[in-house]
Design a protein around this ligand. Structure first.
Ligand SMILES: Cc1cc2nc3c(=O)[nH]c(=O)nc-3n(C[C@H](O)[C@H](O)[C@H](O)COP(=O)(O)OP(=O)(O)OC[C@H]3O[C@@H](n4cnc5c(N)ncnc54)[C@H](O)[C@@H]3O)c2cc1C
Length: 304
């Protein structure tokens, strides 16, 4: 990074908020990834509105990080700036059946807080290890629920620093996508509309779903969840299993024995191991079944 830009960042952000050469394996659920050149902890809107234009004007690449649970960072890291939202971006405000939550809050946290207040609608989200920001980008979903069903309004910021309040309908949610996935807009907060329910029933449903996950998913290994999107009328995991790839390994990366839809970091896998394994899976599945699996995981950094 240009030293003048770094100097200006030091004027905007408090001591300790700027990390250099930060290992990204610390910030991804895969526990994989080289160093980010610069890693910024952004604690409020005023900081974001100063930092973003500065990076854009200096043509410094940047990436908005959630909980890194859908992310593969390359072994050579990221030659740019990672923005991580904390501070006021982790606020939660519950008023009647409306829950306003900052982009940096974990889904599991907000799902539990809603349950404690007897609010139903977020049970599906309790076991998804992402932030509200990542979940809005991906329209995260599970067990018949998805973000699309509960979003009333979202507060976005354009790269120029303009704020926009966007209704749930205008978020253009689709399967693992939304209007922010392919734009440079940043999700700041969202208001979820839940319904009154019974606290104990909600907590029981959450426990049942957590148990299902533990039974079906290889949660004992680092991963980024489902590696590929669900192909129309089929399941990626089933196709991969039917092609005889259960347990197939490249270096330290493996097609999970427990659930073939997951690539896991079995034993100190590199990003290259994961990406080579994913390519191999795509080739075999396409050759055997004609289906081209599309990756769900987001790649950051340089890959061959
Ligand atoms: C064990 C496991 C189980 C999983 N189960 C599920 C599941 O059941 N259903 C499901 O949908 N997913 C699942 N996932 C995948 C993942 O948790 C979700 O996709 C989640 O929504 C990603 O959120 P994140 O905060 O980790 O985002 P990240 O991985 O950090 O980022 C994902 C994308 O969102 C962008 N982003 C993050 N925050 C913002 C923001 N504030 N503004 C703009 N862009 C932003 C990033 O730039 C990136 O493009 C699972 C993952 C794991 C590891």
């Amino acid at each position: 990074m240009n030293s003048q830009v770094l100097e200006k960042l030091h004027e905007i952000l408090p001591e300790g908020s700027i990390l250099l050469h930060e290992p990204m394996k610390k910030h991804t659920t895969f526990r994989i990834g080289g160093e980010a050149e610069v890693f910024l902890e952004i604690e409020d809107l005023a900081q974001l509105q100063q930092v973003l234009p500065l990076l854009i004007e200096a043509e410094e690449p940047y990436f908005l990080l959630g909980n890194g649970s859908n992310l593969l960072v390359s072994d050579t890291g990221y030659q740019g700036t990672i923005l991580h939202l904390s501070g006021e971006f982790t606020d939660v405000l519950i008023r009647d059946n409306l829950v306003t939550v900052g982009a940096g809050v974990l889904l599991s946290t907000v799902a539990r807080m809603a349950a404690e207040k007897g609010l139903t609608g977020l049970e599906f989200a309790a076991g998804i290890p992402g932030t509200i920001g990542g979940a809005m980008v991906m329209n995260a979903g599970a067990y018949g629920g998805e973000m699309k069903q509960v979003v009333k309004t979202a507060m976005l910021m354009s790269p120029e620093g303009d704020l926009m309040s966007v209704s749930g309908e205008d978020m253009a949610f689709g399967y693992r996508t939304s209007r922010i996935k392919h734009s440079k807009d940043i999700l700041l907060s969202v208001t979820l509309e839940l319904a009154q329910g019974n606290r104990d029933d909600i907590l029981t449903t959450m426990q049942e779903l957590a148990l299902k996950r533990r039974e079906k998913q290889p949660l004992e290994y680092p991963s980024a969840g489902s590696t590929f999107k669900r192909p129309e009328g089929n399941f990626a995991g089933k196709l991969i299993m039917d092609c005889g790839l259960r347990g197939y390994q490249v270096g330290g990366a493996q097609v999970a024995e427990k659930h073939c839809g997951f690539v896991i970091n079995k034993n100190q896998a590199t990003a290259k191991d994961v990406s080579d394994l994913m390519k191999h899976i795509q080739q075999v599945v396409q050759k055997e079944t004609g289906v081209l699996l599309e990756k769900e995981i987001i790649f950051l950094g340089d890959f061959e």
